[in-house]
Design a protein around this ligand. Structure first.
Ligand code: ZN
Length: 157
């Protein structure tokens, strides 16, 4: 299983890199919408801001406090959805959600995820799934203009 170990190490490196140097880590004063996400289990709390240009995500940023997984996931999320349409962003949300909750994602889709694949490792750690999905739920909530604050509840993800 040497390949698995190497892959785990690579994924860990991506997570740590995004935790230490989170991308798009700032407020967005001219945002179209935003949402707060909280994960009381772990103490993660973050805000996601979005600015749309027509149907496209022109800018997406976040700020907050949290564990390495929650911050890295948010950082990866901002990179992944920037420049995408609402529909594309929603599709990425669904794929990542399937990935972190340990559901099947076909090989081509997995490949297209790029660095987001690093989040798949959390599916083995149920407590971490909520950390990894927090920013994504905030993204979805902001896009759909629903409640301005989402909480990831205890129990099954
Ligand atoms: Zn966390």
């Amino acid at each position: 299983m040497a390949d698995d170990a190497a892959l785990d190490a690579l994924y860990q490196e991506i997570i740590l890199d995004h935790y230490r140097r989170p991308r798009n880590f700032r407020e967005l004063p001219n945002a179209s919408c935003s949402a707060d996400g909280r994960n009381p289990n772990c103490g993660d709390a973050l805000t996601v801001w979005l600015r749309f240009d027509g149907d496209r995500v022109a800018e997406v940023t976040f700020q907050g406090v949290g564990c390495a997984i929650s911050k890295a996931s948010a950082s990866l999320m901002t990179q992944a959805v920037k420049g995408r349409t609402r529909a594309e962003a929603a599709e990425i949300f669904d794929t990542v959600h399937r990935l972190v909750t340990g559901n099947d994602v076909d090989a081509d889709t997995t490949k297209a995820l790029g660095q987001l694949r690093a989040l798949g490792g959390v599916s083995k750690f149920p407590m971490r799934v909520k950390c990894a999905s927090l920013a994504w739920h905030a993204l979805k909530s902001a896009m759909e203009g629903e409640a301005p604050e989402v909480a990831v509840h205890t129990g099954a993800p």
